[in-house]
Design a protein around this ligand. Sequence first.
Ligand SMILES: [Zn+2]
Length: 365
Amino acid sequence: MQPALIVDAHEDLAYNMLVFGRDYTRSAAETRQFEAASSSTALEHNGQSVLGWPDYQRGRVAVIFSTLFVTPLRRQTGSWDTQVYADDNQAHQLYRAQLDTYHKLTDQAPDHFQFIGNRADLESVLADWNDPSRATHPVGLVPLMEGAEGVRSPAELDEWWQTGLRMIGPAWAGTRFCGGTHDPGPLTEAGRALLEGMADFGFTLDLSHMDELSARQALDMYEGPIIASHANAAVLLPGYDGNRLLPENVIKGLIARDAIIGVVPFCRFLKNGWKAGDRRDDITLQTLAAHIDHICQLAGDARHAGLGSDFDGGFGLESIPAGMDTIADLQDLAPILKEKGYHDEEVAAILGENWLRHLRTYLPK
Ligand SMILES: [Zn+2]
């Protein structure tokens, strides 16, 4: 039997391409070599890459939710970060440029990457992966906007939908829409208007980074599909008192809304107090599997857990579980989950099929 297909619900590919000049048709190993020998600032600010097309092939990573991510000026940490906005107009321009980056990439390298805007696009990518006569396969990209400040008003959602955007997370830091990471707060008036507009089109709402209060309000009011593309369970990190990881009531609310939660193989989200440079030999894929199992135990099934690696999203090889080298090693979760008692279909659901179910249900025809 072939290993399961992986769907990764969160990778900041465009940001890395634009800020660090990363070329994701290369392997992670090639990118590391190239950056070690160049004056690239990527190693210093983003660590050693763990992503690349050859690694997607080895790991059977068939679909990625590829983000549009730009930094609000007040959170800029250095002039190396070129994707920074001071106001809505700048945000709009930068987010649009990142979406264009995905259109260009998929136009120029269709054997490597294909744009997924509807169900037919998805099925075409999957048919290729399921065709045993094909030696390599294109990776499907579903764009996801993280932060949402590129949407200047709900009236503009039509433009975003027409250009292929399908998923929006209203927060990274707090935004004018809602409370976010390190910025507690509720949904604002503008946030409610955004959500009402998003539901009219059927945008998927990503609750990741939303503060608990705004996340609970969104779970109550949003009439379209909901996910958490990249977040772990706060309760499994004893002593954790931040607002980035998911509290139990939000996880339960997500499950009640038939949402899927992508767990993050990032040491800081797996061990409270872990920081860059710390030892990580006690943080492994077993630790990540505990987050998957926690979600499945709360749900009573394996339909609500998935993967959202956030790899190359501000951290690299130095900050991922011990024993992993690239994204392809996420396949090592399969034997760990089986050991915990999960059946083959449940393992396949967690690695990718749950996200595929979401896409098949909610992408436009
Ligand atoms: Zn994020």
